[in-house]
Design a binder for this molecule. Structure first.
Ligand code: SF4
Length: 379
C-alpha cells in the first residue's frame, strides 16, 4: 500500500490496482469502468503529453485494451446529478426554505461539513455525487438492460480524487448489500496500470465510450473545474425557469481558479446570487458568513481541492506548477465548447433514462436511487 498524502490532509492513498486486475481476470464478472471529467485533461501528462491535452479518446482505447467490458463516462452521471440537483434548487427557491443549496459532489467537502458544521447538514443538495449516481444506475437500469445480475457487475471508478475511495465505502451507498461502486482508482493508478500492461498511450487511436452510459454534454465535463458544477446547474435552471432553450449559456463569473467567487445571475427577472469556493479554508470562511447571517446566496458550490477536481490528490503531480492547473482548466472549457450538446437536460441518454426508468426528476424512485442523507459526525 502506498501512503501518498491527500492534498486536503484528510486521507492516505490506498492502492486499489490489484483488486481491479483481479476483477478483470474473473470470468464471472462483467467489469464496468467510469471515468471522471478531470481525468481526461490530466492523464496524458503521465505519458509525456503536454499539460492541457484532452486525452479522452486515448484513455477509452487504453481502458478497452486493459479488458474492461464496458467503458462508460462519469460525465453521463454528472448530467444526471444536474437534473436532480437543479430540481431541488428550483423547489427551494420557490419555497424559500433551506437556502442556500450547497453542492454535494465532493466527498472531502461533505465530510468537512459533517465534522465542522453539522448544524448546517440540511443545506447540501441531497443528490448523490456523479460517481455514486453512476454506480446506482449501473447496478439497476444498466443491469436490467444488459440482462446481468447486479452481483455479477463490478463497477470501477477512475477518479482524480482520493476521497472518492472513502465515499464509495460509505455505508449508505449500497442497496440490498450490493455496493453502488466497488473499486475506486486514481488517475495515477490508471496510468500505472496502462504502463504495467505495456500500452503505448501516446500512440493510441481515439476510442468512443460505450452506450448508454457514455453519452454526456459540455455541462458535465466542466464539473472537473471549480465553478463547473454551479455553471452546469445554472444552464439547466435558466432554461427551466425561462421555459426556453436559451443561447447565452456561458456563466463566466463563476469560472477561474480564484478561491472564492461571487456572481449575480438574472434569469427572466429573477436575480440569483451564487458563490463558488474551493479549498477548505475558503469553505470555512463562507460557512461562517452563512452562520452569522452575512451571506445572501441561493446556491453555493464548494470543492475541497483548490481549483476543484482538476487539482485532485489522485492526479499526476504538478509539483506546485500552477500553469499546469491553468492548462487543465482551459482544456475542460475547450472540451465543453466542442460538445454538440452543452446542457445536461438535453442529453438524449438522460432523457431516455427518465422516460424508461426513473420517471420525472425528483420522483420518488429517483429519490430512492439517487439521493442520500448526511450525518452529524461531531456526535
Ligand atoms: Fe475529490 Fe478534490 Fe474533487 Fe473534492 S475537489 S471531489 S476532494 S478531487
Amino acid at each position: 500500500q502506498c501512503v501518498q498524502a491527500c492534498p486536503v490532509g484528510a486521507l492516505s492513498e490506498i492502492d486499489y490496482k490489484y483488486p481491479v486486475w483481479r476483477a478483470l481476470n474473473d470470468p464471472a464478472k462483467t467489469v464496468v469502468v467510469q471515468t471522471a471529467p478531470a481525468v481526461r485533461v490530466a492523464i496524458g501528462e503521465a505519458f509525456g503529453l503536454p499539460p492541457g491535452s484532452v486525452s479522452t479518446g486515448k484513455m477509452v482505447t487504453a481502458l478497452r485494451m486493459l479488458g474492461f467490458d464496458r467503458v462508460f463516462d462519469t460525465d453521463f452521471a454528472a448530467d444526471l446529478t444536474i437534473m436532480e440537483e437543479t430540481t431541488e434548487l428550483i423547489e427551494r427557491i420557490k419555497s424559500g426554505r433551506n437556502l442556500p443549496i450547497l453542492t454535494s459532489c465532493c466527498p472531502g467537502w461533505v465530510k468537512f461539513l459533517e465534522h465542522q458544521f453539522p448544524e448546517l447538514i440540511y443545506m447540501p443538495s441531497t443528490a448523490k455525487s456523479p460517481q455514486q449516481m453512476f454506480g446506482a444506475i449501473t447496478k439497476t437500469y444498466f443491469a436490467q438492460k444488459a440482462g446481468i445480475a447486479p452481483e455479477n457487475l463490478t463497477v470501477v471508478s477512475v477518479m482524480p480524487c482520493l476521497s472518492k475511495k472513502y465515499e464509495a465505502a460509505r455505508e449508505e451507498f449500497s442497496r440490498d448489500g450490493i455496493r453502488d461502486v466497488d473499486i475506486v482508482i486514481s488517475t495515477r493508478e490508471l496510468a500505472d496500470m496502462i504502463r504495467e500492461a505495456g500500452i503505448q498511450f501516446d500512440q493510441l487511436e481515439e476510442g468512443e465510450y460505450d452506450s448508454p452510459l457514455g453519452e454526456s454534454t459540455g455541462a458535465a465535463v466542466i464539473f472537473g473545474a471549480t465553478g463547473g458544477v454551479l455553471e452546469a446547474a445554472l444552464r439547466t435552471a435558466a432554461d427551466w425557469i425561462a421555459g426556453e432553450d436559451l443561447q447565452e449559456i456561458d456563466f463566466t463569473g463563476v469560472r477561474g481558479l480564484d478561491g472564492i467567487k461571487e456572481a449575480a445571475v438574472n434569469i427572466n427577472g429573477l436575480e440569483l446570487h451564487v458563490a463558488v469556493c474551493s479549498g477548505l479554508g475558503n469553505a470555512r470562511k463562507l460557512l461562517e458568513k452563512i452562520q452569522k447571517g452575512e451571506a445572501d446566496y441561493q446556491a453555493i458550490e464548494i470543492m475541497a481541492c483548490p481549483g476543484g477536481c482538476l487539482n485532485g490528490g489522485g492526479q499526476p503531480y504538478h509539483h506546485g506548477d500552477t500553469t499546469i492547473l491553468q492548462k487543465r482548466l482551459e482544456a475542460l472549457y475547450r472540451d465543453d465548447k466542442s460538445q454538440p450538446v452543452r446542457k445536461s437536460h438535453r442529453n438524449p441518454s438522460i432523457q431516455r433514462l427518465y422516460a424508461e426508468f426513473l420517471g420525472e426528476p425528483g420522483s420518488h424512485f429517483a429519490h430512492q436511487l439517487l439521493h442520500t442523507a448526511y450525518v452529524d459526525r461531531r456526535k
